[in-house]
Ligand binder design. Structure first.
Ligand code: ARG
Length: 458
């Protein structure tokens, strides 16, 4: 069978052109969506009397059969048939004969492909929301087991103040919570129906777009046919949300790489999530978090790629738009793979509480608390800061930590010091008194986890 659009042509398409312009090597991933869109369209054509109901029924039967063939991997997609839309239409014609040619009445590949993409992203976005949630659940579980586990908190990657390890982990929970909200919100715009826009200007047939929207479960219909066929904002939005998710995954991965290094040893990743070296037998490499960090680059690339494709595109459909697909598939698959690994990696990692604790015993991260102490004794904070700066310097020079200084030594710096200073400086106390809303005290962290669990239940 020749090209579906062959009538106007006097020559065969150049083979290189065929290969260059075909999208079937990648858009065959849209087979299910393409058939679903066609089923809804032909149902509507029949109901509106645009084609006879018997013809519509025959076409539906044919489409169902093709769907089964696709599901069983029995279909051979052809480059000559360019894309998923024409491949399926050709199959339909082969199955049921010329009546199959009525399917494309009142429709164009332009509104068809846009509809396929909307349907695809709707399914994938919904699945990704669950995968994000699984990561959140893994974080909550580790957090619950580590409310009292103390770890140095850093700014500038310098020890700042001790925090609960649960608190540190839960910071990522909220990043993923916002990601989830973004995904959910994006569904509003994914749920706009393009079908019925025709090639760009609408159609002369008395179609019923509301009915198609109803069958396919769309909430809104694009009110402008030109916008409908050329809008790819919903994909941009997905790619940008995907980039943000990968940023969060990458930041957490970087911490896991650091924490599992010989220098930190705060966590040990499970053997089943690490790889070895082909030459250095002692090595246990955090390849998974490294690769998660590395894969973030392709998600950004896909976003920038599509932004660049769209920039300067005149209305309405242009073949450039075919470039929207591979990046979108790639980001979907990158997110799926990454989120699926991240959850069990967090669940199975060993938290080395004693190493974390030892780190805290050997730093000056309780210095702020001496300042706060003097403030409660009436000294202005700036003056207190100055005094403590001197104490820290003195301690460093004498090779001691703040808890090692004698009471006499404290008194030399300020008569305001009482014996209770040692209690105040104990790391557990330092953490417990940061009891302001959203702070790191066990009480606040428990509240936070409770809120997180409520969110997960919604
Ligand atoms: N394969 C095309 C794409 O992905 C489908 C739409 C083709 N439309 C056209 N007028 N050539 O964008």
């Amino acid at each position: 069978m020749s090209k579906l659009w062959g009538g106007r042509f006097t020559k065969e398409t150049n083979k290189l052109v065929e290969e260059f312009t075909a999208s079937i090597p990648f858009d065959q991933k849209l087979a299910k969506e393409d058939i679903a869109g066609s089923l809804a369209h032909v149902q509507m054509l029949g109901e509106c009397g645009i084609i006879p109901v018997e013809d519509a029924e025959e076409i539906k039967k044919g489409l169902h059969h093709i769907k089964e063939m696709v599901d069983h991997g029995e279909v051979e997609f052809l480059i000559e048939d360019e894309d998923i839309h024409m491949n399926i239409e050709k199959l339909l014609l082969e199955q049921i004969g010329p009546v199959g040619g009525k399917l494309h009445t009142g429709r164009s590949r332009n509104d068809q492909v846009a509809t396929d993409m909307h349907l695809y992203l709707r399914t994938k976005t919904t699945e990704l929301i669950t995968l994000v949630e699984n990561v959140q659940k893994a974080i909550v579980e580790q957090a619950k087991a580590n409310i009292e586990t103390l770890i140095p908190g850093y700014t500038h990657l310098q020890r700042a103040q001790p925090v609960s390890f649960a608190h540190h982990l839960m910071a990522y929970f909220w990043m993923f919570e916002r990601d989830k909200e973004r995904l959910i919100d994006s569904l509003k715009r994914v749920n706009w129906l393009p079908l019925g826009a025709g090639a760009l200007a609408g159609t002369t047939f008395p179609i019923n777009r509301e009915r198609v929207a109803e069958i396919l479960g769309f909430e809104t219909i694009y009110p402008n046919s030109m916008d409908a066929v050329s809008d790819r904002d919903f994909i941009l939005e997905f790619l940008s949300i995907g980039s943000i998710i990968m940023t969060h995954i990458s930041r957490l991965s970087e911490e896991l790489v650091l924490w599992s290094s010989q220098e930190f040893q705060f966590v040990e990743l499970d053997d089943s999530f690490c790889t070895g070296s082909s030459i250095m037998p002692q090595k246990k490499n955090p390849d998974v978090p490294e690769l998660l960090r590395g894969k973030t680059g392709r998600a950004y690339g896909n976003l920038i790629g599509l932004l660049t494709v769209l920039k300067g595109l005149p209305l309405a459909y242009n073949k450039d738009l075919q470039e929207d697909k591979e990046g979108m598939f790639d980001t979907v698959e990158t997110l799926e793979g990454s989120l699926k690994l991240l959850a069990p990696m967090i669940e199975t990692m060993t938290v080395k509480k004693d190493v974390m604790r030892k780190a805290i015993n050997n730093d000056y991260s309780n210095a702020t608390d001496i300042a706060d102490y003097l403030v409660t004794k009436g000294l202005p904070f700036r003056e207190a800061h100055e005094v403590i700066g001197k104490i820290v310097l003195y301690a460093i020079q004498s090779g001691k930590f703040l808890l090692d200084l004698s009471f006499d030594e404290y008194q030399q710096f300020s008569p305001l010091f009482g014996e209770d200073i040692y209690e105040v400086l104990a790391p557990e106390h330092v953490v417990a008194v940061r009891n302001s809303l959203g702070g790191t005290s066990p009480e606040q962290v428990k509240q936070q986890i409770k809120l997180a669990e409520e969110k997960l239940q919604q």
